[in-house]
Design a protein around this ligand. Structure first.
Ligand code: ZN
Length: 133
């Protein structure tokens, strides 16, 4: 894995949180994107070399809605950039991690993404992402 690509934060109200994080970073979000397959609307902020992704549920069955229901707003996942997501899926499965989907899906921000089940990663939802060329 190369580096932390971004940190994902679950929020109830994307508009309010966009304003909040804009005043925190002194800079507005640079992108809003809906990922219909995941039931989320996302916005991205840059803070120096780091990226923050805010996630709002677009329907009550969205994984983000369920997360907020259980745990409240807050850090939802940490995403790591990888060069070859297919190879990483095989490697991590062999190491005993539970990968949530066998094939990577198209995520936000022009990435292929896959998630590791938090039960195998000390309660932290890990996202692997690879830039789509
Ligand atoms: Zn993410």
């Amino acid at each position: 894995m190369e580096k932390i690509e971004h940190i994902g934060i679950a929020v109830k109200d994307l508009e309010k949180s966009n304003a909040l994080f804009a005043s925190l970073f002194g800079e507005s979000h640079y992108k809003i994107e809906e990922v219909a397959s995941e039931g989320v609307k996302t916005s991205f902020f840059k803070s120096g070399p780091n990226k923050i992704e805010l996630l709002e549920a677009t329907h009550p069955d969205s994984p983000i809605a369920k997360f907020i229901e259980k745990k409240g707003e807050g850090i939802h996942h940490i995403a790591f950039l990888v060069q070859d997501i297919h190879a990483e899926i095989v490697r991590l499965k062999n190491e005993g991690f539970v990968v949530l989907n066998d094939l990577p899906k198209k995520g936000a921000d022009n990435k292929l993404v896959v998630f590791l089940h938090p039960k195998t990663t000390n309660g932290v939802l890990i996202e692997l992402c690879q830039e789509i060329q």
